[in-house]
Design a binder for this molecule. Structure first.
Ligand code: MRU
Length: 361
């Protein structure tokens, strides 16, 4: 039995701690966030990553900024700067902006800034835990039906990147139905895309599936299509960083190609999302979702543990080669079978989303 953990927590002196996900699965390093700039850096350099966890870290970043402002008697512009820097920390995951807006609204309503920001950040964290648990409750029947159809034989799920508990607080989005199915005794097996260039699949998804005892196999990113053609994938489930009003989905680069291959092979392609990932202000994902471009060195170098047991990086191309590093792509709604949310499963369309979330009408 492994010890359960969360990805972000508070300390007895009311600061915040996170796991340095850049070092997983090789080293377990905890980073203490003391100032709002620590939170900005943790998001920027991907100590924390994954849409819900980015949002939660930004929320606590505002709490830390409020505390610094009050304790060090800074002007109000200090807090405005913290909001600005956190907003600029990563561009694609809309949870970041959602969480900052919740923090701003809460602060605008109250006089006791430190307590208000502490409470709201805590609420964002607790709500995400329950939201992800419910995504699992709604996603579980999909796995149960496939298992029944296969007469109890293994359900093979393919996923891309890490939309597991490490990208959230607990449960994860795509992993929540998988963990709940596994706990119920349904036989599941996960094909884990390594997810170049940062290898969130190899480093993080494989790590957390192993901790939960879920059978899984690591594959290079280009293997999925072959597996699908040979009947070795029953279902694809991926996460999302931003989902538009008409159901287009931005997720880790390479997701779109998995959706195309799923369509060609008649394999259900689901997206698991907390409603905090909905961006109902935009409709056309291709035109309107900002796609992050990251440092070329993430493509040129591979990071891992060397034979001495140390974390190291190696160059995999000529030093002079230039590389292009888009972090995300957009999967159009027409390629998606359904959105698994905390309120149920809906069609990836405006009417589908509004049927579950009428407050966005
Ligand atoms: O660049 P990352 O690691 O932050 O990208 C993460 C993803 O693409 C996840 O699939 C997404 O944030 C969903 S996390 C539940």
């Amino acid at each position: 039995m492994t010890t359960p953990f969360r990805t972000i927590w508070t300390t007895s002196d009311r600061f915040v701690e996170v796991i340095d996900q850049r070092k997983l699965p090789h080293e377990w390093v905890v980073v203490k966030l003391i100032t709002y700039k620590d939170a900005v850096l943790a998001i920027k350099n991907m100590t924390v990553r994954g849409a819900p966890l980015i949002g939660a870290t930004a929320a606590y970043g505002i709490y830390l900024a409020v505390r610094e402002m009050v304790e060090q008697e800074h002007e109000g512009t200090f807090l405005d700067r913290a909001f600005e820097e956190l907003r600029a920390s990563r561009p694609t995951a809309v949870n970041l902006f959602w969480a900052l807006d919740r923090m701003r609204e809460a602060l605008d309503r109250s006089g006791n800034f430190i307590q208000t920001s502490w409470d709201m950040a805590g609420k964002i964290v607790e709500d995400d835990v329950e939201t992800c648990r419910r995504i699992g409750v709604h996603g579980l029947p999909i796995l149960e039906k496939i298992s029944e159809k296969k007469k109890g034989d293994v359900v093979n799920i393919l996923t891309h990147c890490n939309a597991g508990m490490l990208g959230c607080i607990e449960w994860g989005t795509i992993t929540s139905p998988i963990y709940q199915a596994h706990a119920k005794g349904i036989k599941v097996h996960v094909w884990v895309d390594e997810t170049r260039p940062r290898n969130q699949g190899a480093n993080l998804t494989a790590y957390e599936l192993a901790r939960h005892g879920v059978p899984h196999t690591l594959i290079v990113d280009n293997t999925g299509g072959h597996l699908m053609q040979h009947g070795m994938v029953d279902l694809v489930i991926v996460g999302t960083d931003r989902t538009t009003r008409n159901g287009d989905v931005a997720n880790k680069i390479g997701t779109y190609l998995k959706a195309l291959a799923s369509k060609d092979n008649g394999i259900p392609f689901y997206v698991a999302l907390p409603s905090t990932t909905l961006d109902m202000t935009i409709s056309d994902g291709l035109k309107e979702i900002p796609i992050e471009q990251r440092d070329e060195n993430e493509v040129k170098y591979v990071v891992g543990r060397n034979s001495k047991g140390e974390l190291d990086q190696v160059l995999i191309c000529p030093e002079t080669t230039s590389a292009c590093n888009y972090g995300f792509d957009v999967t159009p709604s027409r390629l998606i079978s359904g959105l698994i949310t905390e309120r149920g499963i809906c069609e990836p369309s405006e009417s589908g989303i509004l049927s579950l979330f009428p407050e966005y009408r």
